[in-house]
Design a protein around this ligand. Sequence first.
Ligand SMILES: O=C(O)c1ccccc1NCC(=O)[C@H](O)[C@H](O)COP(=O)(O)O
Length: 207
Amino acid sequence: MTKVKICGLMEPPHVQAAVEAGVDAVGFVFAPSRRRVAIEQAKELARLVPDHVIKIGVFVNAEREEMEQAFLEVPLDYIQYHGDETVEFMEFVALPSIKVLSVRDVEDVKRAKAVQTEYVLFDTPGTEFRGGSGEAFDWSLLNGDLPRDRMILAGGLNAQNVKEAIRQVRPFMVDVSSGVEIDRRKDEALIREFIRAVKEEESGDGN
Ligand SMILES: O=C(O)c1ccccc1NCC(=O)[C@H](O)[C@H](O)COP(=O)(O)O
């Protein structure tokens, strides 16, 4: 069953909509972004998330102290490294982790073999910020021998294309941010629609 992550959540009603619709993971962006949340804000949002839903903190080239401060205050389950963090650096942080690979070509995909984190997230390279571009990359680049059980697919997903993405890539989890927004703000109906589309695909109701 493909899992669903909604990333870049900033407002309580959007977290509640995701939880009610059966989300598996939520992402709070602590990195420079228009979706950036302060620690206090993330702490409040996290209170709305039941234990069975994974809480992920997204960072880009942050100092270890900055991340530690976040996960001491916010009950994060995973750190998502969305920058140029080295293997050595990631090993020193005391939380399970997700390494992001920005995919331009097959060479970027090959880098996954050297990544030892719990999950590897394949995303489109950022534009204004390091992630959350709303653009899809060429999924056929993921056709090779890759650890599907550790793979998270992101980049330009939405309720219209996610079923095809799942069929083609077979990832462990799909991740969306822009695709559940209207006018750069999360939308409860789009959140529900995206999660429904993933579940329909999995139950064999996908079109
Ligand atoms: O979302 C952001 O603004 C962001 C900024 C800096 C680093 C990471 C960021 N997002 C991380 C995510 O996991 C997004 O969900 C992922 O990049 C996909 O975004 P989208 O293409 O908008 O669905």
